[in-house]
Design a binder for this molecule. Structure first.
Ligand SMILES: C[S@@+](CC[C@H](N)C(=O)[O-])C[C@H]1O[C@@H](n2cnc3c(N)ncnc32)[C@H](O)[C@@H]1O
Length: 216
C-alpha cells in the first residue's frame, strides 16, 4: 500500500484500451504526428485528451483558451468535449502547424467552434485582455509559463481553471542535481504556483504532468 504504480508502456496501452475511445480525427492527428519524428513528443498524451474531456464535461466549461496548439490534438480534444454553444480560442505562433491543425478541425466539423490566432501568444493575450474564459490550457514555450499563468488569471473568474502541461518535465523536476535551465525554470514555476494563495492546485501525473489550478 502507499506505493504508486509505474506506468509502463504496456500498462498505458491497457489503460487506453479500457478508457474513452478516441474520435477518428484525434487518431488521424496522432498518426500524422507519428510521421514527424521526434517532434511528435509535442502532442499531449491520450490520457490527457481524456482528462481534458472529463474536466470540460463535468465543470460546465463553455469558453476555453489554449496557449500552444501545434497540430491540434489537445485543441480538438477540448472542442469535442464542449457543448454546441462552447468555444475554443487556440493560440500558436507557427503558421505551418496551424494550417494542419485547422485542416483537422474542418475534417472533424469543428472549425466553427475553434478560432485560431497565429502570432506570439503574448501579443494575442494583449488583444484578449478584456475577454473572459472558464478555462485556460497552457502548453506553449516553457520560459514564458509564469507570464502565461499571470495573464490567464486575469482572464478567469472565481472557479475558473488553469491547466498547465509539462510540469513534471520528464521527471527531472524532482532531481535536485539537475541544474539545466529548462528544468530550473519549471521547478521555479511549480514553486510559484504552489505558493500562490489565489489558487488551489494539484499536479496530475498524466503525460508529462499537468497542474490543475482552481481560482479561489
Ligand atoms: C508542446 S506544443 C503544443 C502541443 C499541443 N497542445 C498538442 O496537444 O498537440 C507547443 C506549441 O507552442 C508553440 N509556441 C512556442 N512558443 C510560442 C509563442 N511564443 N507563442 C505562441 N506559440 C508558441 C509552438 O509553435 C508549438 O506548436
Amino acid at each position: 500500500m502507499g506505493k504508486n504504480l509505474e506506468i509502463t508502456e504496456k500498462l498505458e496501452i491497457y489503460i487506453n484500451n479500457f478508457s474513452l475511445k478516441l474520435n477518428p480525427i484525434q487518431q488521424e492527428i496522432i498518426d500524422y504526428n507519428n510521421t514527424l519524428g521526434d517532434v511528435k513528443r509535442m502532442q499531449v498524451a491520450t490520457s490527457q485528451c481524456h482528462f481534458l474531456h472529463l474536466i470540460i464535461k463535468t465543470s460546465n466549461i463553455k469558453n476555453v483558451l489554449e496557449i500552444g496548439t501545434f497540430t491540434g490534438l489537445s485543441a480538438l480534444s477540448i472542442a469535442l468535449a464542449l457543448a454546441d454553444d462552447g468555444k475554443l480560442t487556440a493560440l500558436d505562433k507557427d503558421k505551418e502547424t496551424n494550417k494542419i491543425a485547422v485542416s483537422f478541425f474542418k475534417k472533424a466539423n469543428l472549425d466553427n467552434k475553434i478560432q485560431t490566432i497565429v502570432k506570439p501568444a503574448l501579443d494575442s493575450l494583449d488583444e484578449l485582455k478584456n475577454s473572459k474564459f472558464d478555462m485556460v490550457f497552457i502548453d506553449a514555450d516553457k520560459m514564458n509559463y509564469k507570464e502565461y499563468y499571470e495573464r490567464s488569471l486575469k482572464l478567469l473568474d472565481k472557479g475558473g481553471l488553469i491547466i498547465i502541461d509539462n510540469v513534471l518535465w520528464h521527471g527531472e523536476v524532482a532531481d535536485e542535481d539537475n541544474l539545466d535551465k529548462y528544468t530550473i525554470n519549471i521547478r521555479d514555476f511549480n514553486t510559484y504556483v504552489a505558493n500562490d494563495k489565489r489558487v488551489e492546485q494539484i499536479i496530475v501525473p498524466l503525460g508529462d504532468g499537468m497542474t490543475v489550478c482552481r481560482v479561489l
